[in-house]
Design a protein around this ligand. Sequence first.
Ligand code: PEP
Length: 250
Amino acid sequence: TMMRKLMVAGNWKLNGSQVMLRQWLADYAESAADREAVEVALCVPYVYVPVLKELAAADVTVGAQDLSAHEKGAHTGEVSAAMLKDVGAELVLVGHSERRQDHFESDALVREKCQQALSQNLTVVVCVGESRQQRETDKTFVVIKQQLDAFSDLITADNVGRFLVAYEPIWAIGTGLTASAEQAQEVHQFIRSQLAAKDVTMARQIRLLYGGSCKGSNAFELFSMPDVDGGLIGGASLTAEDFMAICREA
Ligand code: PEP
């Protein structure tokens, strides 16, 4: 992980308020952490992106949790990449398992969303991961490869710095059941080797985040793994205290 700057990205999901965001940013500003060692990002609900942009210190990357697969037009309720850019977003999650499950997002749609995000020079964090059943029936690598193959050709020497992949085993999300560092490393190594088959330099440069019940007490072990370049944090990102406890392990 020497040459790859670690990222710790919070994902608030459907949580938060303006009051909570202001408090979080005030607490973050006061916290002692090595701001050089780790890139910190926070992905908030769309409506809070402008507030985050306005109040965040320059060292917090402003993130959203999703975007439209369309550029514009008759798509009621959608938010485009250009709109995100317009209000100051710098990063966007794509293909989170909750989007794939609750909103039936396909690999093809995930690809289109990546293309939209890249068209606006947004940093993309694409999420991949297997279900418990898929792991128990030894389909983990097949599933990850299929998810990766849907978008990996979009990663280039030019955009690899703002293209990340988050490995989030579904069975570990919000369950308190973290993947062991060895389980995470095994899949991260697989992802990097898949990408290396296409472009070795790009595969060495791309940052791979782990997500799934990551917290202060397990972050160090996970981030110590050679192919784990940081984390995507759900529950433990809701307070700056918990979140910074993870950042300090990076
Ligand atoms: C997530 O949903 O991206 C996530 C990692 O959630 P949690 O940390 O709560 O498991």
